[in-house]
Design a protein around this ligand. Structure first.
Ligand SMILES: *[C@@H]1O[C@H](CO)[C@@H](O)[C@H](O)[C@H]1NC(C)=O
Ligand SMILES: *[C@@H]1O[C@H](CO)[C@@H](O)[C@H](O)[C@H]1NC(C)=O
Ligand SMILES: *[C@@H]1O[C@H](CO)[C@@H](O)[C@H](O)[C@H]1NC(C)=O
Length: 600
């Protein structure tokens, strides 16, 4: 015991004498002099081009132009939305165009229509020569809203300015409408002024991050936001791990299918949650414990307090994360189009179909301040039916396991987290399609290991998130109608090594990162998306400011489904795009061409 105290004391002083140790990754601010006369730089996220963007649009609706200056704590900026008159469309793309002319930190932003979140996005860190970028997102799945008149479009981009960071973000939001199915020629055009009875054309929803979950149902008939009141944006701000944010909703009684779409991003002291040691480490070593609570986080969804879904979100790294030079000019996976997650609530419809209000809630297990979480409840309705009958089928209770192991002596040690949640849900819904049983099986796993060496100047983190969800629909007498299995894998590896600088406040850091988004869908529909980034570099930092550095980033994106293929490889060295090749052909032996930039 005495020896232990001595050790702790010794390392505590060692920590002070060398450089203050923060027990987690830091958010940096790129502060490099721009070469004089350098033109504004275009940033982009590597993704698959949207199918519709090769076609001429039917119409374009510019909705909002605003310069976001000192907006933190302010209400979002709004514009009235009505669909364009006399325009025939089947698909809609949201275009978020932005520019910033001077130094600024990276920021979080979102676009909502009638309180429903259409896009969650983050900004790059502009240098003094300026940056510009464009995010295009297929928002066809929100068609029921896009068909509504006189509703409010709201945009929040939380920015603040001071003497050093003077940059304001100029943003344009535009909706672009496409008639990709030839609806006009077929006389199937749905005019904005008409009420949509039934979708005449099967729509496919193009989601570069997430392949379609159930391809046949098309966009939902009604979307209800599970969001905040909107004084500071419609996202809920979650400040503690016991906080449950919720909204009471009363759903139409003719709903035969329901999903909840969730956006969740971590900020402030929880931005790098996956690199957090447990509190005992900070306490023993007399370190700031604000970035603690270990490396287990889970977003939980409840109906009237009962758990109905869980997810661990993909770790989107913002432009100031790990090494800001990695994300210039190609941003990290999901930084411009933060992925959302869909949880099928159809097995639980019986809980919602009684015509009474019910509370849909979100929480983030083990979180420290703060998370921004919001959801959209998508409902498919049966026209001409007053009330759908449904029941919840008893299944085995979910199995949850959380194992933590912590070993450290002074500042060095290792911390392990293993979480596993196995759930099975089932319910039946009787509609015109028959009495169908929806069974969902989920296996969610989080494995995280952090190692500190060299008085915690060398940190290594390896994390694996695995999520397998199988949805089976069976008819009367157990006949299988559809089956889809979605396997998500998000491996992340991080290495940071601090080399002591000349002064207490400055240091140089070696940084390495590997991050991957991989989703495989099999069953009625087969597809696979894999998107990975491998980065390596050095940083010269003073406080949180990056004053010098080098970086390389290699990215590989591949997509394959039953009919299409796409692949793209990008290389960046010291903030210059050195290679960008895309290939649309399915055979890997075909020569690739310089398609990538042109397709965007
Ligand atoms: C926004 O639109 C206006 C008008 O078309 C244009 O002048 C401006 O450059 C656009 N801004 C951005 C950030 O794209
Ligand atoms: C629908 O099917 C389930 C499971 O087979 C059954 O328990 C339920 O009673 C059926 N509902 C109706 C209305 O027939
Ligand atoms: C460390 O460097 C930053 C950035 O240059 C500066 O703002 C801060 O005051 C410095 N802190 C100390 C303790 O010298």
């Amino acid at each position: 015991m005495k020896l232990f105290t001595l050790f702790a004391l010794f390392f505590f002083f060692a920590g002070i004498i060398t450089t203050p140790t923060s027990a987690h990754e830091k958010h940096f601010i790129k502060h490099l002099p721009a070469p004089p006369g350098e033109a504004p730089k275009q940033y982009f996220e590597v993704t698959r081009p949207l199918a519709v963007t090769n076609q001429p649009p039917s119409c374009t609706l510019p909705l909002l132009t605003h310069s976001f200056c000192d907006t933190k704590g302010q209400p979002p900026v709004t514009a009235e939305y009505s669909p364009p008159a006399e325009c025939c469309w089947t698909d809609v793309v949201l275009e978020f165009q932005a520019a910033c002319k001077s130094d600024q930190e990276d920021r979080i932003a979102a676009v909502w229509l009638d309180g429903v979140e259409l896009l969650r996005t983050t900004t790059p860190q502009p240098g003094s020569s300026g940056v510009y970028w464009k995010v295009s997102k297929d928002v066809t799945k929100y068609s029921s809203l896009l068909n509504s008149k006189e509703i409010s479009l709201a945009v929040m981009l939380e920015n603040s300015v001071n003497d050093v960071f003077t940059g304001a973000f100029d943003v344009n939001v535009t909706f672009v409408y496409y008639d990709s199915k030839g609806a006009a020629a077929l006389g199937n055009c749905v005019r904005s002024s008409e009420t949509v009875e039934e979708n005449p054309i099967a729509m496919t929803v193009d989601k570069p991050m997430n392949p379609p979950v159930v391809p046949d149902d098309g966009p939902a008939d009604s979307i209800i936001p599970i969001s905040a009141k909107g004084e500071h944006g419609f996202w809920f701000s979650i400040q503690t791990d016991s906080q449950v944010v919720s909204k009471e909703v009363t759903i139409p009684q003719n709903a035969y299918k329901a999903t909840v779409e969730i956006y969740a991003t971590s900020h402030g002291n929880d931005e790098f949650w996956y690199s957090h040691p447990p509190d005992s480490y900070a306490k023993t070593n007399n370190l700031n414990a604000e970035n603690g609570n270990g490396a287990y986080r889970e977003v939980l969804v409840t109906i009237d307090g009962s758990l109905v879904g869980a997810l661990v979100p993909f770790p989107v790294i913002y432009a100031g994360g790990i090494n800001p030079l990695f994300w210039d000019p190609v941003v990290s996976i999901g930084a411009f189009d933060v992925p959302s997650y869909e949880i099928d609530l159809t097995p639980f419809l019986a809980l919602l179909l009684d015509g009474k209000p019910h509370k849909i809630g979100f929480s983030v297990a083990n979180s420290v301040p703060y998370w921004l979480v919001g959801g959209n409840l998508h409902l498919w309705l049966e026209h001409g039916t007053e009330k759908i009958e449904a029941g919840v089928i008893d299944t085995e209770a979910p199995k949850f396991k959380l194992e933590l192991s912590t070993e450290f002596k002074g500042l060095d040690g290792s911390f392990k987290v293993e979480m596993e949640r196995n759930s099975e849900y089932a319910g039946w819904v009787k509609s015109k399609k028959g009495n169908l049983t929806y069974s969902i099986k989920q296996e969610l796993k989080l494995e995280n290991e952090i190692k500190y060496e060299n008085d915690a100047r060398h940190k290594k983190m390896e994390q694996k998130i695995k999520d397998e969800v199988e949805t089976r629909v069976t008819g009367e007498r157990g006949k299988q109608i559809s089956q889809i299995k979605i396997k998500r894998k998000f491996p992340l590896k991080l290495v940071t090594k601090k080399e002591i600088g000349n002064e207490a406040n400055s240091s140089s850091l070696r940084t390495e990162l590997e991050n991957e988004w991989s989703v495989k869908v099999s069953g009625d529909f087969n597809s696979k998306v894999s998107n990975s980034q491998e980065c390596s570099g050095m940083l010269g930092v003073e406080g949180n400011f990056v004053l010098s550095g080098t970086a390389t980033m290699e990215q590989s994106y591949t997509y394959k489904d039953d009919n299409n293929c796409y692949s793209r490889k990008v290389s960046v060295a010291d903030m210059n795009l050195v290679d960008d090749k895309a290939n649309l052909l399915c055979t890997s032996s075909q020569p690739s061409s310089q398609l990538g930039r042109r397709l965007l």
